[in-house]
Design a binder for this molecule. Structure first.
Ligand code: SF4
Length: 179
């Protein structure tokens, strides 16, 4: 861990609910920022994921080509990568489309029942979907899984305390899968 730890948060294919729970840390965010720097994420106006990040919380599944490139770059620049919430841990809601081919999903959403400008030719503006939405650990190594939809603010605060103390949080007693 750096002398002053560097924390990032990332939003892939998720609903932002995990970040809302992060915001629910409320005044504990101030305590966190006394101990660490928030160097990247939706709450920070930084465009490029930086080098040398100690802890990254990743919300969401890996669902499109942009997600795929981002998570590989983030993994290479992060010491402890946390799958943050059920979409990152299991695929959860984004993976509900996995039982259908991508073309069928796009037709359903953007052609069938669409009255104006139906079509599925979105490139290059929209990155193409992967054949399946995948949990983060299927693409890169994950160091900590933090389940929940979303994880509670108390769980996030506890996990960050553990990580900043140099420990790997054991989340099992805090989930329905735990003892
Ligand atoms: Fe939203 Fe739940 Fe997925 Fe978090 S785990 S991004 S709250 S659906």
């Amino acid at each position: 861990m750096s002398a002053r730890p560097r924390i990032a948060t990332v939003w892939l294919d998720g609903c932002s609910g995990c970040h809302m729970s992060f915001l629910d840390l409320d005044e504990r965010l101030l305590g966190l920022l006394e101990r660490a720097d928030l160097v990247y994420g939706p709450l920070v106006d930084v465009k490029e994921f930086p080098e040398g990040v100690d802890v990254t919380l990743v919300e969401g599944a890996v669902s499109n080509r942009d997600d795929l490139e981002r998570i590989q770059r983030i993994r290479a620049r992060t010491r402890v990568l946390v799958a943050f919430g059920d979409c990152a841990v299991t695929g959860n809601v984004p993976s509900m489309r996995n039982r259908f081919p991508v073309g069928v999903v796009l037709e359903r959403a953007y052609v069938e029942h669409v009255a104006r400008n139906p079509g599925t030719d979105f490139e290059p503006e929209v990155p193409p979907l992967l054949e399946r939405a995948r949990p983060v650990h299927e693409i890169v190594r994950v160091d900590v899984h933090l389940p929940g939809c979303p994880p509670s603010a108390d769980t996030i605060a506890w996990a960050l305390d553990e990580l900043l103390a140099g420990r790997t949080p054991d989340v099992s007693p805090r989930t329905r899968f735990g003892a």
